[in-house]
Design a protein around this ligand. Structure first.
Ligand SMILES: *[C@@H]1O[C@H](CO)[C@@H](O)[C@H](O)[C@H]1NC(C)=O
Ligand SMILES: *[C@@H]1O[C@H](CO)[C@@H](O)[C@H](O)[C@H]1NC(C)=O
Ligand SMILES: *[C@@H]1O[C@H](CO)[C@@H](O)[C@H](O)[C@H]1NC(C)=O
Ligand SMILES: *[C@@H]1O[C@H](CO)[C@@H](O)[C@H](O)[C@H]1NC(C)=O
Ligand SMILES: *[C@@H]1O[C@H](CO)[C@@H](O)[C@H](O)[C@H]1NC(C)=O
Ligand SMILES: *[C@@H]1O[C@H](CO)[C@@H](O)[C@H](O)[C@H]1NC(C)=O
Length: 394
């Protein structure tokens, strides 16, 4: 009888905690000294729990961040590699940033929370990460503001369900990672908060971002140098600056290819889908498609800008440029608050090649007002598109 009860208990434990093979592979931060009152510094407890989970030889060790608590974390880096080929973080609580910039004394100002070189990392849960960015948003010096959550060199990364609000600078940075799946995130910050990008991807391959809401003060998603095979689908973006490839060309030989942006909605965004490059570099952006996109009162919905120069200083015409080719816009509809709805401003030397438009219908929000395209040195073709892309060269 006793044996039967025990068997049922163990079975129930397996059913209730999928992926957790036994109690000894859970590492609850409360057991490592975390307080969770939103005031005490819980960084050291989190690091101890992480080290234990990371060293565990078991399959799927799990760091538990329990619900109904608020954990205050100073700048922390959770480093790998770990012993297990996969590691879970069950994120059910609120994590808040320090209120004071003083907390960064002795730490790199560039980041708040970071995971480095952890393979098979799965962060799952309905908890909230709050960067408490207000204190930083008036800082004019971008490089002295932390990015909220950084993943560096994390292959096989899964990020699912969490809410992420009011980051100091960029919310999520994915850098030098391969095989990443991000889904069901809710990322938000005021439309006026500077440089609070939703998700930034650089130097990464095989990245899937889907079914998420992103409304911030800068790009919802930005894809920059060294990234390829990136699929973005089911994103509701706005407020924000839309989904951007780039800016490219600030570095040497920047390359981005095989990007698919599909089934996304842009609501009240400043720019919609954009490719931006600086002059005077070499590299390319190619095989990029934007498909099944809806614009609701977007400003400047479709842009290729090869003269990117946000500060407007030292931007003379150069003789080289990033090559842009094989870009497809298809099944796109909606409204723009400006009448220039498509602006393809390609490099005067390298131009843009094989730009295709199919079933693209963008109207002005003002009934009866005509919408226009503007193109410079862009080559390609169009069909079933309004406004017509006059000026597109063969
Ligand atoms: C974890 O891995 C390290 C090096 O990879 C090894 O030295 C250590 O014994 C392992 N620890 C356990 C508990 O398996
Ligand atoms: C992106 O989607 C296409 C299908 O549209 C698929 O063939 C490809 O494998 C996907 N890439 C990734 C990284 O999931
Ligand atoms: C398109 O994205 C929306 C979220 O914006 C999602 O609810 C819907 O299921 C997606 N449709 C397809 C066909 O993937
Ligand atoms: C750069 O070249 C473009 C295209 O030829 C031209 O419209 C623009 O005026 C030039 N800008 C400068 C600063 O020379
Ligand atoms: C198109 O983009 C170029 C490059 O940013 C800019 O100089 C130009 O003014 C834009 N054209 C229109 C009509 O907005
Ligand atoms: C546009 O150009 C591509 C590549 O050359 C070609 O495959 C496609 O059939 C063309 N479409 C139209 C509508 O001419």
């Amino acid at each position: 009888m006793e044996r039967l009860v025990f068997t049922i208990f163990v079975t129930a434990l397996h059913i209730l905690t999928p992926g957790v093979s036994s109690a000894s592979s859970s590492f609850n931060v409360m057991n490592y000294g975390a307080v969770g009152d939103g005031r005490a510094d819980d960084s050291a407890a989190f690091l101890k729990a992480w080290e234990a989970a990371c060293k565990a030889p078991s399959r799927n060790p799990t760091l538990i961040i329990p619900e109904k608590k608020i954990f205050l974390l100073n700048p922390v880096t959770f480093s790998g590699p770990c012993n297990s080929t996969s590691i879970y973080v069950l994120m059910s609580a609120d994590i808040v940033a320090p209120n004071s910039k003083m907390a960064w004394n002795g730490f790199h100002i560039n980041r708040w929370l970071a995971f480095t070189n952890v393979n098979g990392l799965n962060i799952i849960g309905s908890g909230t990460i709050n960067g408490r960015g207000h204190a930083w948003w008036s800082n004019p010096c971008l490089h002295k503001v932390p990015k909220a959550l950084t993943f560096y060199g994390c292959n096989g990364l899964v990020l699912k369900g969490i809410r992420h609000i009011n980051s100091q600078r960029n919310h999520i940075t994915i850098s030098n990672c391969d095989d990443v799946t991000v889904s069901n995130l809710h990322i938000s910050a005021p439309g006026t908060s500077p440089n609070t990008d939703g998700i930034d991807i650089s130097g990464s391959t095989n990245v899937r971002i889907r079914d998420s809401f992103i409304g911030t003060g800068d790009d919802c998603v930005a894809i920059s140098a060294g990234s390829s095979r990136i699929n973005i689908t089911g994103i509701e973006c706005g407020p924000g600056h839309g989904i951007s490839i780039g800016s490219l060309g600030a570095g040497e030989n920047d390359k981005v290819e095989e990007v698919q942006v599909r089934n996304c909605t842009f609501k009240g965004t400043m720019t919609g889908v954009r490719i931006k490059t600086w002059q005077g570099s070499v590299g390319y952006a190619r095989k990029i498609s934007f498909e099944k996109i809806r614009f609701i009162r977007a400003d400047s919905p479709i842009i290729i800008d090869q003269y990117y120069c946000p500060e407007g200083v030292n931007c003379k015409n150069e003789t080289s440029g990033i090559k842009i080719s094989d870009i497809t816009y298809s099944s796109i509809s909606g409204t723009s608050i400006t009448d220039k709805v498509i602006n393809l401003s390609c490099d005067q030397n390298v131009g843009c090649n094989n730009i295709q438009f199919r079933y693209v219908y963008i109207k002005s929000t003002v009934p009866g007002k005509k919408a226009y395209c503007s193109t410079f040195n862009a080559h390609g073709n169009y069909t079933h598109t309004r406004p017509v892309v006059t000026g597109l060269l063969p």
